[in-house]
Design a protein around this ligand. Structure first.
Ligand code: MG
Length: 351
């Protein structure tokens, strides 16, 4: 296929101007990107924000401080493999970790709906604290707001995280270069399928649990093992495809995937087929990719596989000069396809 043919495929009809917020604006896909580009960047537009990384790294008194914030609106609040409390810690810890930072402090803000059971709130708070302790981070400031019955959906949480970024490393989504390898730490799609199954009361032959986990020690281990790590991203809403599309766009490079190298557990593949979902777009909460210079790929992969959360790691693709800004994939059948970014959600309120 020529570049023109591929580029032609992505020339979708322009999305009409939106007068109101859509659910898809929270998807992490194309609509979220539009919201950031059309509303937030023009409003805030700091150079650090414009880099569109998962975290900002700022210098304060000679120290490089990483900062990130994330809100959690997941439904249901308790799910196989986790709950909104542990998720609110891991999601923020992971956004710091993929920037190469050591997570240190968290804030936690609770938006509660009148009538929410106190027993559930205690359970969530205990889980959040356990997760924070397991990550070696401290909740040092917090906030509570309550909205009237019917004006919220039980409980939303926002966490902000602060960490220390190493002085010598610069990781950013605009640093991928042709020839770089793409590493993934394990099988994709488990979080999204676990949530969907719980929400819809679906039962599969073997229970699928969320992969919800903190990635800070894995990220540190990869960084320690190899120079030439260009960028890392945790895969959350929008799945593998969103993260890779963002990197391809930011780096103005192509990304070529090999489907046969992308690990997907049999149960997840089966559930996706049954539900008409594509695992490349399904959310994860314990998976990350690293874009790595070719000479560093072997040691980075070994470091990943040496960590309990990276035993299933694979090199799933390469950064290319061709098809800049696009993600393409050689399918298991040997054909080629474009892995486009979805406009909206396969599954809303997944995190
Ligand atoms: Mg992230």
């Amino acid at each position: 296929m020529s570049t023109n043919t591929l580029t032609g495929f992505t020339c979708l009809a322009p999305i009409a101007a939106r007068d109101t917020v859509l659910l898809g604006h929270g998807s992490g896909g194309r609509l979220s990107g539009e919201l950031v580009r059309d509303v937030f960047l023009p409003a805030f537009g700091s150079p650090e924000l414009e880099r569109l990384n998962d975290q900002a790294v700022v210098t304060v008194g000679g120290a490089r401080i990483a900062m990130t914030t994330d809100s959690f609106v997941i439904r249901p609040l308790f799910f196989p493999g986790g709950d909104i409390g542990s998720l609110a810690v891991y999601g923020t810890v992971n956004d710091l970790a993929v920037g190469g930072a050591q997570p240190l402090f968290l804030s936690a803000a609770f938006i509660l709906e009148e009538g929410f059971p106190m027993s559930q709130l205690r359970r969530v708070a205990a889980s959040l604290q356990r997760a924070a302790q397991a990550c070696g981070v401290q909740v040092v400031t917090a906030d509570t707001k309550v909205v009237e019955r019917g004006k919220g959906d039980g409980l939303f949480i926002n966490t902000t995280g602060i960490g220390l970024a190493p002085s010598a490393r610069e990781l950013s989504a605009d640093r991928a270069r042709p020839g770089d390898r793409i590493l993934l730490n394990g099988s994709i799609g488990e979080h999204g399928i676990a949530i969907l199954a719980q929400r819809e009361g679906l039962e599969f032959e073997s229970a699928i649990e969320s992969d919800c986990a903190p990635l800070h020690t894995l990220c540190a281990q990869v960084l320690e093992a190899a120079d030439g790590i260009r960028c890392m991203r945790d895969l959350t809403r929008g799945g593998l495809s969103s993260a890779l599309n963002e990197i391809a766009a930011q780096s103005r490079a192509g990304i070529a995937l090999d489907e046969s190298r992308i690990p997907v557990r049999e149960e997840v593949r089966g559930a996706c087929e049954m539900l008409g979902l594509d695992p490349l777009y399904v959310a994860n909460e314990g998976k990350m990719i690293a874009i790595v210079a070719p000479e560093a790929a072997v040691s980075a992969l070994a470091a990943m596989r040496n960590h309990p959360l990276g035993r299933g790691a694979e090199i799933i693709g390469t950064v290319t000069e061709a098809h800049a800004g696009l993600v393409t994939m050689k399918t298991a059948l040997g054909t080629a396809r474009i892995v486009d970014m979805l406009a909206g959600d396969q599954l809303p309120r997944i995190c």
